[in-house]
Design a protein around this ligand. Structure first.
Ligand SMILES: Nc1nc2c(ncn2[C@@H]2O[C@H](COP(=O)(O)OP(=O)(O)O)[C@@H](O)[C@H]2O)c(=O)[nH]1
Ligand SMILES: [Mg+2]
Length: 464
């Protein structure tokens, strides 16, 4: 294929969401988006690359400023047949290149006269007005393949009147919301764009295939990342040299504090990696999120949101044939409940099931005093892996669904999914790895591969 990938200039009045649309369609969250008109001063090309190859390029442009004066000039110089009008526009750009009065118009017309298609953006939550007709006329004179996008910035909906007018100037009119659009909406818009010009159809169809592959790849990479994180976290052992025969209370407290801090760090690092995979490099964290990151992992709240229910824990224990291990192993709880010897309250009920008061078994290592160490880990709580996984999948799905036009901080406050996503066959598969990690054994490669496959499926399901 030649390197003449499709190019589109995104044009329109200031503050209609042009830059937002470019950000969303180029999967680039570094694009300047502003509340004040004039945020975008000069045009800039944003290529969407897949495997180093550009599949299309979008030009973010400043809005029209002096459409009326430009059109007057065109009419004055343009007593020509329709097929020659583009030459008049070219002449305008050439003659005004250094004229600050028409800086914005020159910027936005330049990519178009160089062959870019036109994406004209309007805010259809505001009423249509004839004042837009001048700029639409100018664009029509360019004779390039064109499409109008109805962006609903506010709550009202004037799309009908807009469509009646836009239909007279543009080949296609589509609704697209850059703030909420995800992968599916992106693909659908590209399918429309493929119809704009016969020569572009093939390369835009290829772009769609490339994007679909990229999307699956990102899901796969995310699953891989989460597996790596789970293994690292669940097998982690924190050690501390002690002075005496056994650890003092302070020494034990410091040890468990360091252990917790490490696990929290692992989660933070994992989140950054997921955000990098999805190209959300500049994501901001809300106060709530930071708080959740710092303390939430070990909270009862997080456990009750993301962990398994008591019933699910019991079933998991039964299905994997687990036996009561360490004193704090919650399999023991499930097991006991299962045989009916004890009832909930005896072991502290839900609190003990979800709580983290007694999670760490502090072991003393080494023989001679002075060389002794205390250690904590790997985590014995049967529910803990599901809390980690639930939180990781929830965060990853939020990031994956997030439009690159959104500049708000990431909000993880909405009601997350329940533990039902870990249905029994899934738990059974996952538990094969969790059991190994709890026993400080290295899981076989094929176990990790099927673990990853389970996460891949779960993640896709959460994204659909
Ligand atoms: N709620 C909402 N806000 C939007 C939408 N599109 C753009 N905005 C906001 O409108 C402002 C202008 O957007 P921008 O993309 O910079 O417009 P441009 O001047 O046409 O490039 C920014 O504050 C955007 O966040 C939308 O679909 N919904
Ligand atoms: Mg802009």
């Amino acid at each position: 294929m030649s390197n003449s990938y499709p190019k589109f200039a995104v044009v329109g009045n200031p503050n209609k969401g042009k830059s937002s649309i470019v950000a969303s369609l180029s999967l680039d969250d570094s694009i300047q988006i502003g509340n004040t008109p004039g945020t975008t001063q000069v045009k800039r090309g944003f290529p969407l690359k897949v495997d180093g190859k550009i599949i299309y390029e979008l030009f973010d442009t400043p809005g029209f400023q002096r459409a009326r004066a430009v059109f007057a000039w065109l009419e004055e110089h343009g007593d020509v047949s329709a097929d020659r009008r583009i030459d008049v526009v070219k002449q305008f750009v050439m003659e005004h290149r250094d004229n600050p009065r028409f800086k914005d118009e020159v910027e936005l017309l330049e990519p178009i006269i160089n062959g870019a298609g036109i994406i004209y953006v309007v805010d259809a939550s505001k009423p249509y007005g004839a004042e837009y007709e001048i700029e639409m006329e100018i664009l029509r004179w360019c004779g390039q393949p064109s499409m109008a996008i109805l962006n609903l910035i506010g709550d009202e909906d004037y799309r009908e009147e807009w469509s009646r007018a836009l239909g007279q100037y543009f080949r296609l009119v589509r609704t697209y919301n850059p703030m909420s659009a995800g992968h599916q909406e992106h693909i659908e818009l590209l399918e429309s764009m493929a119809q704009l010009k016969e020569e572009w159809t093939k390369s835009i169809k290829e772009a769609i295939v490339a994007l679909e592959m990229l999307y699956l790849e990102k899901i796969e990479q995310s699953a891989e990342q989460i597996v790596e994180y789970m293994v690292k976290t669940l097998s982690y052992v924190e050690k501390k040299r002690i002075k005496g025969e056994t650890g003092t209370k302070e020494e034990e407290e410091e040890l468990t504090e360091n252990y917790r801090a490490k696990i929290v760090t692992f989660e933070k690092e994992e989140r950054v990696e997921i955000e990098r995979i999805w190209n959300h490099i500049n994501i901001e964290k809300s106060e709530e999120l930071l708080a959740l990151e710092d303390m939430g992992l070990f909270s009862k709240e997080s456990a009750s949101i993301f962990g398994l229910t008591q019933k699910e824990l019991i079933l998991t224990a039964a299905a994997t044939g687990a036996t009561a291990g360490a004193a704090i192993d919650l399999f023991a709880v499930g097991h006991t409940l299962l045989v009916g010897a004890l009832v909930g309250g005896v072991v502290g009920g839900v609190g003990a099931m979800f709580g983290f008061d007694n999670l760490y078994e502090v072991k003393v290592l080494g023989k001679s005093i002075g060389k002794r160490e205390i250690s904590v880990g790997p985590m014995q709580n049967v529910n803990f892996p599901y809390i980690l996984l639930g939180r990781a999948l929830y965060h990853a799905s939020k990031v994956a669904k997030r439009s690159h036009a959104v500049r708000d901080s990431l909000n993880l406050e909405e009601q997350p999914f329940s533990s039902e996503i870990f249905e029994s066959s899934i738990r059974k598969e996952l538990e094969k790895v969790h059991v190994k990690l709890r026993k400080q054994e290295e899981p076989k490669e094929e176990l990790l591969v099927s673990y990853k496959e389970v996460l891949f499926k779960l993640f896709r399901q959460l994204l659909s």
